[in-house]
Design a protein around this ligand. Structure first.
Ligand code: NAD
Ligand SMILES: O=C(O)C(=O)C[C@@H](O)[C@H](O)[C@H](O)COP(=O)(O)O
Ligand code: ZN
Length: 359
């Protein structure tokens, strides 16, 4: 089991990562709780709720709330439904919410915990590769039809308990989605990590040692950044590499019609191209494109309006005075933020989408 302590401006919490560690769930809780509500989705519920229930302290009263699987559950309706469930289950300020699932559940349940009775404890029990990213750092949110994660907060969990055995049931599409955030951590941190991921075939079973190594390295990159800039005043923006266009694609296509990671994967391709054009440098665009293609990432999109995408990018949380800010790379491991003029963005995006091709 690998343990990493995260220190934020408001608290400290441990991230536990390892095979089979769910059995020790009760030991990883920082204190005793008498009333615990597990929030999960319909797919994860079938697979893992019973285990989690079994390993929670037997003295606690435990309830389970299940939302439909998928991005559409990061909605105001499901958020309100879960608050009602918390009230019905008599959760009080000393109670605990367990977020059991991927990033959708972590973001949603975390936002419920952040706002119920002005904030109660929650722990993240991630079950997707992507959630090595979403369970760490304390960003919790729901979506608005106008944009991703527009309603949320920074609200760190009490602990992250990541049993990587759960990843064995992940379908390939979710492995791809998760690995987009893994390779993002490579791009923004160091060449060796990036190259290791570029050499990994994720279409077949990834050796557990390698997978755990990639997850731990990704978590370390993220932890280092959020410890220095929890509320995204400056360097935390680097974790948004690929997200300015990625989020715009997700909301423009309609939530759930492309996975978060697959949209971000295309967003990173664009960010690399903009970096090369802006700084007149060469980055591993071809190697990355080849890896995406070999691992069956979607590399074409249904026809999308450049203007609509730009309007969406302007609603991104990094935007200032309606000017789009993107995270670019000066080289692998050296991210920067850059304001892009509307004219440049129109030209670059038009060219990029044309090259990417339409379905
Ligand atoms: N808060 C953050 O810092 C942060 C970081 C990255 C992404 N996110 C958010 O995370 C969300 C995406 O997370 P995700 O990709 O984990 O999506 P998800 O939670 O929807 O999970 C993906 C799918 O996999 C299923 N699933 C989950 N675990 C499984 C398992 N072990 N076996 C089989 N199926 C399983 C789920 O039911 C779902 O259908 C997006 O909303 C994104 O915005 C947040
Ligand atoms: O933790 C962060 O900071 C990130 O940007 C991580 C991203 O992978 C994640 O998708 C995050 O939810 C995006 O945040 P947002 O502030 O752009 O909504
Ligand atoms: Zn992301």
């Amino acid at each position: 089991m690998h343990k990493q302590l995260i220190t934020t401006s408001t608290n400290q919490y441990n991230v536990f990562v390892g095979n089979g560690i769910i059995e020790n769930l009760a030991d990883y809780l920082p204190k005793e709780y008498q009333n615990i509500m597990i929030i999960t989705d319909s797919i994860v519920h079938e697979l893992y709720t019973e285990d989690v229930r079994k390993y929670l302290p037997q003295s606690a009263q435990v309830s389970v709330s299940v939302v439909p699987a998928g991005e559409n559950s990061k909605s105001i309706e499901q958020y309100y439904h879960l608050l009602t469930e918390a009230i019905k289950n008599n959760l009080d300020r000393k109670s605990l919410i367990v977020a059991l699932g991927g990033g959708v559940i972590g973001d949603l349940a975390g936002f419920v915990a952040a706002t119920y009775m002005r904030g109660i404890d929650f722990v993240q029990v991630p079950t997707t590769i992507l959630a090595h990213d979403s369970s760490v750092g304390g960003k919790v949110a729901i979506n608005h039809p106008e944009g991703k994660n527009l309603i949320g907060n920074f609200y760190p969990p009490q602990a992250v308990i990541f049993d990587t055995d759960t990843l064995k049931t992940l379908p390939n599409i979710e492995k791809r989605s998760g690995y987009a955030e893994v390779i993002k951590h490579g791009f923004i941190s160091n060449e060796a990590f990036l190259e290791d991921v570029l050499e990994t075939d994720i279409t077949t079973d990834i050796p557990p040692m390698k997978l755990n190594d990639h997850l731990q390295k990704g978590i370390a990159v993220k932890a280092d950044i959020v410890e220095k800039d929890e509320k995204e005043a400056n360097i935390r923006k680097f974790l948004n590499f690929g997200h300015t266009l990625g989020h715009a694609i997700e909301s423009e296509l309609g939530y759930g019609n492309i996975t978060h990671g697959e949209a971000v994967a295309i967003g990173m391709l664009f960010a690399i191209e903009v970096s090369e054009a802006t700084y007149r440098i060469s980055l591993p665009y071809q190697a990355y494109y080849h890896w995406l293609s070999a691992n069956q990432y979607p590399l074409s999109l249904p026809p999308l309006s450049v203007q609509n995408l730009i309007n969406r990018m302007k609603k991104d949380k990094k935007s200032e005075n309606a000017m789009v800010q993107m995270v670019l790379l000066k080289e692998v491991g050296s991210p920067v933020t850059e304001t892009i003029s509307d004219q440049d963005l129109t030209n670059l995006l038009d060219n990029f989408l044309g090259k990417l091709g339409s379905e």
